[in-house]
Design a protein around this ligand. Structure first.
Ligand code: ZN
Length: 354
């Protein structure tokens, strides 16, 4: 761990001349009810700390849980203006994405993506596939190995989708949000499959996102969703140091039972669910990295803390390697238990209407 993503993000922000956003103006008012079921019986999962304003510092955001439906959400949520600023600058969420990519490793990510694409295999041979929240297009790149005759397009609010197109990972690059009426009008009823791999967590209104997803699918099309499961053991044990709790992008963690109920209410048939394959082996290494991010001294403009930061980060390298190894060694066991941290749902839209 030579350099934390927090440092990298801070350096990039300095180079671009960005001031850190004012937390008071960049957030919506705090909610007193559950955005999923309306219950006012909320429980604090992660209490926000004013002293932790950085993107990957654990505790920078408050996370609440509904006692009635178990929905978990960031509270307060970032204001729409702040979300648009992030989409435009690809930051600071992209720093967190690189952080999680490094935790998992490129080989593990590609293996996971191929497994998700393969899970659809027995159900259909798609001609057209839209990956929503595609980022650099790593999911379609891996899925293409499983479905070589499928045409993959990508949708993402950031300019990374154009880089994905330039790299040949997607055929069409669409920049924006699925719920944007202009995007929806352009893509309506075009696709056999729509994938959201750890994207639903990032949407300000997951129900609206699901309705929009069904609208761009053809009748009888398939929806493939992978998402973090907030009800699993690591989420409760690690608290603010659980990776899905710390992401500045994660606004909603939808329990699988709620998602299945919603999809069925929208007329979908549930084709498959799985907790084993989608498990992400990063809980221990992520918790360690987030702990270090909090423990390291804050970088100052003159770089006076740099030697200490470097020394501490270097000292943590063997520990980080051990945590990563433990995540991977334990994964085959954990993915069969309450520690499996993510889930996959494949649903089919109604045959005659979308
Ligand atoms: Zn609720």
């Amino acid at each position: 761990m030579r350099r934390t993503p927090r440092t990298a993000a801070a350096r990039r922000a300095e180079r671009r001349g960005h001031a850190a956003p004012d937390p008071a103006r960049s957030q919506e008012p705090r909610r007193e009810d559950c955005p999923w079921c309306g219950s006012t019986r909320l429980r604090t999962r992660v209490r926000a700390r004013r002293s932790a304003p950085e993107a990957v510092r654990p505790g920078a955001f408050g996370v609440d849980e509904c006692r009635d439906c178990a929905h978990v959400f960031r509270n307060p949520c970032p204001a729409a203006e702040e979300s648009a600023r992030r989409d435009h600058h690809d930051a600071p969420g992209s720093a967190y994405d690189r952080f999680t990519e490094r935790l998992l490793g490129a080989r593990e990510s590609a293996r996971r993506h191929r497994a998700a694409a393969r899970a659809l295999g027995p159900h259909q041979e798609p001609e057209s596939w839209l990956d929503v929240g595609t980022g650099h297009g790593h999911f379609p790149e891996a899925a293409k190995e499983i479905h070589p005759y499928t045409s993959f397009d990508g949708l993402d609010p950031t300019r990374r989708v154009h880089q994905a197109r330039a790299a040949g990972r997607v055929e069409e690059a669409h920049r924006g949000h699925l719920t944007d009426p202009a995007v929806l009008a352009r893509l309506r009823s075009r696709y056999d499959v729509l994938s959201m791999v750890h994207h639903l967590e990032r949407t300000p209104d997951p129900r609206a996102e699901l309705r929009a997803a069904l609208a761009v699918l053809r009748p009888g099309g398939h929806l493939l969703i992978e998402a973090a499961d907030p009800g699993r053991a690591f989420g409760r044990l690690l608290g603010r140091r659980w990776v899905p709790h710390g992401s500045p992008h994660h606004l909603h963690l939808v329990p699988p039972a709620n998602l299945l109920t919603e999809l069925e209410a929208l007329g979908c048939a549930i084709v498959a669910t799985d907790h084993r394959e989608p498990h992400l082996p990063y809980d221990l290494a992520g918790a360690l990295a987030l702990t270090l991010a909090r423990a390291l001294p804050t970088p100052d403009a003159r770089g006076r803390t740099a030697p200490l930061r470097t020394a501490l980060a270097r000292a943590a390298v063997p520990l980080a390697a051990t945590a990563t190894a433990a995540d991977h060694v334990l994964a085959p066991l954990l993915r069969r238990t309450r520690f499996a941290n993510a889930y996959r749902v494949i649903a089919r839209t109604p045959p005659s209407s979308a």
